[in-house]
Design a binder for this molecule. Structure first.
Ligand SMILES: Cc1cc2nc3c(=O)[nH]c(=O)nc-3n(C[C@H](O)[C@H](O)[C@H](O)COP(=O)(O)OP(=O)(O)OC[C@H]3O[C@@H](n4cnc5c(N)ncnc54)[C@H](O)[C@@H]3O)c2cc1C
Length: 421
């Protein structure tokens, strides 16, 4: 008889102990239903198509975007050839059907592209991210057949899109927006100001959120399609700390006339569109931050094995090597969170909590890894020449747009309260 079995016969547990053990077992055991849902693949298992996409985006990012990164950052301007290249590579209609000129690929494929672009330039990454995960998705998900037939091919092939929700007085409290739309015959007339609109300097296509009936509160919010030639004015182009090549502008609408058929998703449904789309969009920002952190790591680490001090490469000192090990752990954890959220969304499972966790964590990792990468490279890391400091400047935005870090914590807290209170 084994020692463990004989010990069990000698020490007979009391009935109170058995009850508390049974209770604990119920609390901590995995029910058969949960266990049977377990994944068979690791989270970083990708299809052949996804792997090919990763390789081709990586090549495009290194060969086409890479040589322009510094110049675009210094000039605070996206190079038109980069925008053209993104369209030519099929990266501006990743999930759009082939019938509509898109690549008809998966949500995870879009996430892979955003991550790979951010490894080289987070500005280019966010341009592709907003266009795909926000703009295209709204048209694909909420557009009528006529709207999809009209706009999706243009959005896949040449027209850059922007998503206009935030305003000077409504950021985190997005539904307090003040932009108004009133019906005039067969048109809507939009008046108001939008702020912080990504891509808007180069965009031709705008999704504008405006309230058509403030007496209904947020249930008056409606989403409209507008194009630049309808009379959208750029009021101000922001000068920013990071992602400087990505345009961020204030827009003013002064009796902007939009055809009645340009309401998307139905009157009063704008709040629903915004909530649902930003939940998905957060996974895109998480992927941008993941790529950014990896890009900073990849730039700084090789240098630490080339640079010698005290007769040995600085990367071999334990003090530095262990920091790099910890950064790699953070990167790995962020990657698992990002792809977990992406796959859940793709599989039609609940993903809102997972998206908030991924965005919160990946934006923290982006800041910590890119900050550490500067220090690993010493003085040269602090110069603009290496491009490492740019990753750190670019990382700050991850905790702000598409829901600040506090807003992500609030979302996660709501799930905890729902489950435990
Ligand atoms: C570069 C850039 C690009 C952007 N692109 C777009 C875009 O394309 N389209 C678009 O519509 N918007 C865009 N935004 C806007 C962005 O989504 C908002 O900046 C963001 O939602 C935060 O809003 P805010 O700046 O008004 O900050 P505020 O909401 O004023 O927040 C200020 C601080 O208060 C905290 N806070 C607010 N409410 C709470 C709360 N309830 N609990 C705890 N803390 C809270 C925040 O976490 C933050 O720390 C962009 C912004 C930037 C900077």
């Amino acid at each position: 008889m084994s020692m463990l079995r004989s010990a069990a016969r000698v020490v007979k547990p009391s009935s109170a102990a058995l009850r508390s053990r049974a209770l604990a077992a119920r609390h901590f055991s995995c029910s058969p239903a949960v266990a049977s849902e377990a994944r068979l693949n690791s989270l970083d298992t990708f299809t052949e198509e996804e792997q090919m996409l990763r390789e081709s985006v990586r090549r495009f990012a290194q060969e086409v975007v890479g040589p322009k990164v510094r110049e675009m950052d210094e000039n605070e301007m996206m190079d038109p050839s980069v925008i053209k290249g993104l369209f030519e590579q099929g990266l501006m209609g990743i999930e759009t059907s082939a019938d509509h000129g898109g690549a008809e690929s998966s949500f995870t494929a879009a996430i892979i592209a955003i991550e790979e672009l951010a490894r080289v330039d987070p500005s280019v990454s966010v341009m592709c991210d907003v266009h795909n995960t926000l703009v295209n998705t709204v048209v694909r998900k909420y557009g009528t057949k006529e709207q999809q037939d009209k706009w999706l091919p243009l959005l896949s092939e040449s027209k850059l899109g922007s998503f206009c929700l935030s305003e000077p007085a409504s950021g985190s409290d997005a539904f307090a927006l003040q932009t108004r739309a009133r019906k005039d015959g067969n048109e809507w007339v939009i008046n108001g100001t939008k702020m912080w609109i990504t891509n808007s300097y180069e965009a031709d296509f705008f999704l504008i959120f405006a309230n058509i009936d403030p007496s209904k509160g947020y249930k008056g919010i409606t989403c409209f399609i507008a194009t630049k030639d309808m009379g959208i004015q750029i009021a101000k182009k922001e000068q920013k700390l990071g992602i400087r090549a990505s345009s961020t502008c204030s827009l003013s609408f002064d009796d902007l006339r939009v055809p009645a058929e340009n309401v998307i998703g139905g009157e009063g449904k704008g709040y629903k569109i915004a909530i649902e789309i930003l939940n998905e969009g957060r996974i895109g920002i998480a992927a941008q931050m993941l790529g950014l952190a990896q890009g900073a790591f990849d730039k700084a680490v090789p240098y630490t094995f080339q640079r010698s001090q005290f007769g040995q490469p600085v990367g071999t000192f334990q003090g530095l090597a262990f920091q790099q090990s910890k950064a790699q752990i953070e990167l790995e954890a962020a990657r698992l969170l990002v792809y977990n959220a992406a796959r859940r969304k793709e599989e039609g499972r609940e993903f809102v909590r997972e998206a908030a966790i991924a965005k919160y964590y990946a934006s923290q990792v982006a800041q910590s890894v890119s900050g550490a990468a500067i220090e690993w490279a010493g003085g040269v890391g602090f110069t603009r020449e290496t491009g490492i400091e740019k990753f750190w400047r670019d990382s700050k935005i991850g905790a702000i747009y598409e829901g600040t870090s506090n807003i992500q914590l609030q979302t996660i807290a709501k799930f905890i309260q729902k489950q435990y209170s």
